[in-house]
Design a protein around this ligand. Sequence first.
Ligand SMILES: N[C@@H](CCC(=O)N[C@@H](CS)C(=O)NCC(=O)O)C(=O)O
Length: 228
Amino acid sequence: MNVLTAESRPPNTVRAAATRKPMKLYFFVGACSLADHIVLEWLKVPYDTVRMNHESIKTPEYLAVNPAGTVPALVDGTLSLTENIAILGYLSDLYPDAQLLGDGTPRGRAEAMRWLGFLNSDVHGAFKPIFSPGRYLPDPAFAEAIADAARLRVRGYLDILDAQLNGRSWLTGHRTAADAYLFVMLRWAARLKVGIANFNNLLDFVERLQADEGVRTAIFDEESDVTK
Ligand SMILES: N[C@@H](CCC(=O)N[C@@H](CS)C(=O)NCC(=O)O)C(=O)O
Protein backbone atom coordinates (compact mmCIF):
# COMPACT_ATOMS: atom_id res chain seq x y z
CA MET A 1 0.00 0.00 0.00
CA ASN A 2 1.19 3.45 -0.85
CA VAL A 3 0.37 6.49 1.26
CA LEU A 4 0.30 9.79 -0.49
CA THR A 5 2.91 12.41 0.08
CA ALA A 6 2.11 16.06 -0.51
CA GLU A 7 4.85 16.28 -3.15
CA SER A 8 3.71 13.32 -5.23
CA ARG A 9 -0.03 13.97 -5.07
CA PRO A 10 -1.67 15.59 -8.13
CA PRO A 11 -3.00 19.02 -7.03
CA ASN A 12 -6.77 18.45 -7.31
CA THR A 13 -6.68 15.15 -5.43
CA VAL A 14 -5.36 16.63 -2.19
CA ARG A 15 -8.76 17.36 -0.65
CA ALA A 16 -10.36 14.12 -1.90
CA ALA A 17 -7.53 12.00 -0.52
CA ALA A 18 -7.61 13.75 2.83
CA THR A 19 -11.35 13.16 3.41
CA ARG A 20 -12.00 9.73 1.93
CA LYS A 21 -11.67 6.42 3.74
CA PRO A 22 -9.24 4.07 1.99
CA MET A 23 -10.82 2.06 -0.80
CA LYS A 24 -10.62 -1.71 -0.51
CA LEU A 25 -9.48 -3.89 -3.42
CA TYR A 26 -10.26 -7.62 -3.42
CA PHE A 27 -7.62 -9.49 -5.40
CA PHE A 28 -6.00 -12.85 -6.17
CA VAL A 29 -2.24 -12.95 -6.56
CA GLY A 30 -1.34 -12.08 -10.16
CA ALA A 31 -4.97 -12.12 -11.38
CA CYS A 32 -6.56 -9.43 -13.53
CA SER A 33 -7.05 -7.51 -10.27
CA LEU A 34 -3.32 -6.73 -10.42
CA ALA A 35 -4.21 -4.09 -13.05
CA ASP A 36 -6.35 -2.26 -10.47
CA HIS A 37 -3.65 -2.70 -7.86
CA ILE A 38 -1.09 -1.09 -10.19
CA VAL A 39 -3.46 1.77 -10.99
CA LEU A 40 -3.99 2.42 -7.27
CA GLU A 41 -0.21 2.63 -6.95
CA TRP A 42 0.09 4.94 -9.96
CA LEU A 43 -2.55 7.20 -8.40
CA LYS A 44 -0.66 7.22 -5.09
CA VAL A 45 -3.87 7.14 -3.06
CA PRO A 46 -4.37 5.29 0.24
CA TYR A 47 -6.05 1.89 -0.19
CA ASP A 48 -6.37 -1.48 1.50
CA THR A 49 -6.25 -4.89 -0.12
CA VAL A 50 -8.04 -8.13 0.68
CA ARG A 51 -6.32 -11.30 -0.49
CA MET A 52 -8.81 -13.82 -1.89
CA ASN A 53 -8.44 -17.40 -3.13
CA HIS A 54 -10.57 -19.87 -5.09
CA GLU A 55 -12.49 -20.85 -1.95
CA SER A 56 -13.02 -17.42 -0.39
CA ILE A 57 -14.46 -15.92 -3.61
CA LYS A 58 -17.36 -18.38 -3.41
CA THR A 59 -18.35 -17.63 0.22
CA PRO A 60 -21.71 -15.89 0.92
CA GLU A 61 -19.82 -12.93 2.40
CA TYR A 62 -17.86 -12.33 -0.80
CA LEU A 63 -20.79 -13.14 -3.09
CA ALA A 64 -22.58 -10.27 -1.37
CA VAL A 65 -19.76 -8.02 -2.65
CA ASN A 66 -19.48 -9.66 -6.09
CA PRO A 67 -22.30 -12.06 -7.03
CA ALA A 68 -20.16 -13.38 -9.90
CA GLY A 69 -17.62 -14.74 -7.40
CA THR A 70 -14.65 -13.27 -9.24
CA VAL A 71 -11.98 -10.66 -8.60
CA PRO A 72 -11.53 -7.75 -8.83
CA ALA A 73 -14.02 -6.01 -6.60
CA LEU A 74 -13.57 -2.54 -5.19
CA VAL A 75 -15.38 -1.19 -2.17
CA ASP A 76 -15.43 2.58 -1.78
CA GLY A 77 -17.72 3.70 1.03
CA THR A 78 -21.20 2.52 0.12
CA LEU A 79 -20.16 1.56 -3.42
CA SER A 80 -19.35 -2.10 -4.15
CA LEU A 81 -18.01 -2.13 -7.68
CA THR A 82 -17.22 -5.14 -9.88
CA GLU A 83 -15.94 -5.61 -13.45
CA ASN A 84 -12.41 -4.65 -14.18
CA ILE A 85 -13.23 -2.00 -16.77
CA ALA A 86 -15.71 -0.31 -14.44
CA ILE A 87 -13.17 -0.30 -11.59
CA LEU A 88 -10.32 1.01 -13.75
CA GLY A 89 -12.67 3.64 -15.17
CA TYR A 90 -13.91 4.65 -11.73
CA LEU A 91 -10.40 5.02 -10.31
CA SER A 92 -9.27 7.01 -13.35
CA ASP A 93 -12.32 9.29 -13.15
CA LEU A 94 -11.80 9.90 -9.42
CA TYR A 95 -8.31 11.24 -10.11
CA PRO A 96 -8.51 12.80 -13.58
CA ASP A 97 -5.22 14.67 -13.24
CA ALA A 98 -3.37 11.37 -13.61
CA GLN A 99 -4.96 11.03 -17.11
CA LEU A 100 -5.24 7.25 -16.84
CA LEU A 101 -8.28 7.30 -19.10
CA GLY A 102 -6.93 9.76 -21.62
CA ASP A 103 -6.27 13.48 -21.63
CA GLY A 104 -9.87 14.54 -20.99
CA THR A 105 -10.76 14.85 -24.68
CA PRO A 106 -13.36 12.53 -26.25
CA ARG A 107 -10.64 11.18 -28.52
CA GLY A 108 -8.22 10.51 -25.66
CA ARG A 109 -10.90 8.66 -23.71
CA ALA A 110 -12.00 6.69 -26.77
CA GLU A 111 -8.45 5.53 -27.42
CA ALA A 112 -7.98 4.41 -23.82
CA MET A 113 -11.38 2.65 -23.86
CA ARG A 114 -10.59 0.98 -27.16
CA TRP A 115 -7.58 -0.81 -25.66
CA LEU A 116 -9.29 -1.51 -22.35
CA GLY A 117 -12.19 -3.08 -24.23
CA PHE A 118 -9.89 -5.16 -26.42
CA LEU A 119 -7.90 -6.40 -23.43
CA ASN A 120 -10.94 -7.17 -21.29
CA SER A 121 -13.25 -8.79 -23.79
CA ASP A 122 -10.90 -10.31 -26.37
CA VAL A 123 -7.48 -10.91 -24.85
CA HIS A 124 -8.58 -11.76 -21.29
CA GLY A 125 -11.35 -14.00 -22.63
CA ALA A 126 -8.89 -15.84 -24.86
CA PHE A 127 -6.82 -16.87 -21.82
CA LYS A 128 -9.75 -18.53 -20.06
CA PRO A 129 -9.53 -21.92 -21.87
CA ILE A 130 -5.83 -22.08 -20.93
CA PHE A 131 -6.63 -21.49 -17.26
CA SER A 132 -9.70 -23.74 -17.13
CA PRO A 133 -10.04 -26.04 -20.18
CA GLY A 134 -12.46 -28.21 -18.15
CA ARG A 135 -15.04 -25.40 -18.23
CA TYR A 136 -15.16 -25.79 -22.03
CA LEU A 137 -15.03 -29.60 -22.31
CA PRO A 138 -14.99 -31.59 -19.06
CA ASP A 139 -13.07 -34.54 -20.56
CA PRO A 140 -9.41 -34.09 -19.46
CA ALA A 141 -8.31 -35.84 -22.66
CA PHE A 142 -9.09 -32.59 -24.53
CA ALA A 143 -7.51 -30.20 -22.05
CA GLU A 144 -4.17 -29.73 -23.80
CA ALA A 145 -5.76 -29.35 -27.24
CA ILE A 146 -8.18 -26.71 -25.91
CA ALA A 147 -5.36 -24.84 -24.18
CA ASP A 148 -3.16 -24.98 -27.29
CA ALA A 149 -5.94 -23.63 -29.50
CA ALA A 150 -6.38 -20.78 -27.00
CA ARG A 151 -2.61 -20.09 -27.00
CA LEU A 152 -2.80 -19.63 -30.75
CA ARG A 153 -5.68 -17.20 -30.39
CA VAL A 154 -3.84 -15.23 -27.68
CA ARG A 155 -0.76 -15.02 -29.92
CA GLY A 156 -2.95 -13.53 -32.66
CA TYR A 157 -4.05 -10.81 -30.25
CA LEU A 158 -0.47 -10.24 -29.06
CA ASP A 159 0.48 -9.61 -32.67
CA ILE A 160 -1.96 -6.68 -32.75
CA LEU A 161 -0.68 -5.34 -29.42
CA ASP A 162 2.95 -5.69 -30.49
CA ALA A 163 2.22 -3.71 -33.66
CA GLN A 164 0.45 -1.01 -31.64
CA LEU A 165 3.52 -0.60 -29.43
CA ASN A 166 5.81 -0.14 -32.41
CA GLY A 167 7.40 3.27 -31.81
CA ARG A 168 5.27 3.86 -28.69
CA SER A 169 6.03 3.35 -25.00
CA TRP A 170 2.32 3.03 -24.13
CA LEU A 171 -0.71 1.68 -26.00
CA THR A 172 -2.23 5.10 -26.69
CA GLY A 173 1.10 6.94 -26.72
CA HIS A 174 0.51 8.06 -23.10
CA ARG A 175 0.28 5.93 -19.98
CA THR A 176 -3.32 4.81 -19.28
CA ALA A 177 -5.05 2.14 -17.19
CA ALA A 178 -4.97 -0.08 -20.31
CA ASP A 179 -1.19 -0.38 -19.94
CA ALA A 180 -1.58 -1.86 -16.46
CA TYR A 181 -4.04 -4.40 -17.87
CA LEU A 182 -1.71 -5.24 -20.77
CA PHE A 183 1.15 -5.84 -18.34
CA VAL A 184 -0.96 -8.39 -16.44
CA MET A 185 -1.91 -10.18 -19.69
CA LEU A 186 1.77 -10.36 -20.70
CA ARG A 187 2.75 -11.90 -17.35
CA TRP A 188 0.10 -14.54 -17.97
CA ALA A 189 1.36 -15.10 -21.51
CA ALA A 190 4.88 -15.75 -20.21
CA ARG A 191 3.70 -18.02 -17.39
CA LEU A 192 1.28 -20.03 -19.56
CA LYS A 193 3.82 -20.58 -22.33
CA VAL A 194 1.89 -18.71 -24.98
CA GLY A 195 5.18 -17.84 -26.70
CA ILE A 196 6.10 -14.17 -26.60
CA ALA A 197 9.78 -14.44 -27.56
CA ASN A 198 9.25 -12.89 -31.01
CA PHE A 199 7.23 -9.91 -29.84
CA ASN A 200 10.04 -7.42 -29.33
CA ASN A 201 7.84 -4.42 -28.56
CA LEU A 202 5.92 -6.40 -25.96
CA LEU A 203 9.16 -7.66 -24.41
CA ASP A 204 10.47 -4.10 -24.15
CA PHE A 205 7.15 -3.02 -22.62
CA VAL A 206 7.34 -5.77 -19.97
CA GLU A 207 10.91 -4.79 -19.14
CA ARG A 208 9.93 -1.12 -18.74
CA LEU A 209 6.90 -1.92 -16.60
CA GLN A 210 8.85 -4.34 -14.44
CA ALA A 211 11.15 -1.45 -13.55
CA ASP A 212 8.21 0.86 -12.72
CA GLU A 213 7.96 1.70 -9.02
CA GLY A 214 4.15 1.37 -8.82
CA VAL A 215 4.21 -1.97 -10.62
CA ARG A 216 6.95 -3.29 -8.36
CA THR A 217 5.12 -2.16 -5.22
CA ALA A 218 1.83 -3.79 -6.31
CA ILE A 219 3.56 -7.07 -7.15
CA PHE A 220 5.55 -7.01 -3.92
CA ASP A 221 2.38 -6.30 -1.94
CA GLU A 222 0.59 -9.27 -3.57
CA GLU A 223 3.42 -11.77 -3.60
CA SER A 224 5.35 -11.15 -0.41
CA ASP A 225 2.77 -11.19 2.36
CA VAL A 226 0.79 -14.43 2.25
CA THR A 227 -0.75 -13.72 5.64
CA LYS A 228 -2.85 -10.85 4.24
N1 LIG B 1 -15.82 -9.98 -16.20
C1 LIG B 1 -14.97 -9.97 -15.03
C2 LIG B 1 -14.10 -11.20 -15.08
C3 LIG B 1 -13.16 -11.27 -13.92
C4 LIG B 1 -12.39 -12.60 -13.88
O1 LIG B 1 -12.46 -13.41 -14.80
N2 LIG B 1 -11.64 -12.77 -12.79
C5 LIG B 1 -10.89 -13.99 -12.59
C6 LIG B 1 -9.47 -13.67 -12.18
S1 LIG B 1 -8.57 -12.86 -13.49
C7 LIG B 1 -11.53 -14.76 -11.46
O2 LIG B 1 -11.86 -14.21 -10.45
N3 LIG B 1 -11.67 -16.07 -11.66
C8 LIG B 1 -12.19 -16.95 -10.65
C9 LIG B 1 -13.27 -17.82 -11.18
O3 LIG B 1 -13.72 -17.62 -12.33
O4 LIG B 1 -13.69 -18.69 -10.43
C10 LIG B 1 -14.12 -8.70 -15.01
O5 LIG B 1 -13.75 -8.22 -16.10
O6 LIG B 1 -13.83 -8.17 -13.92
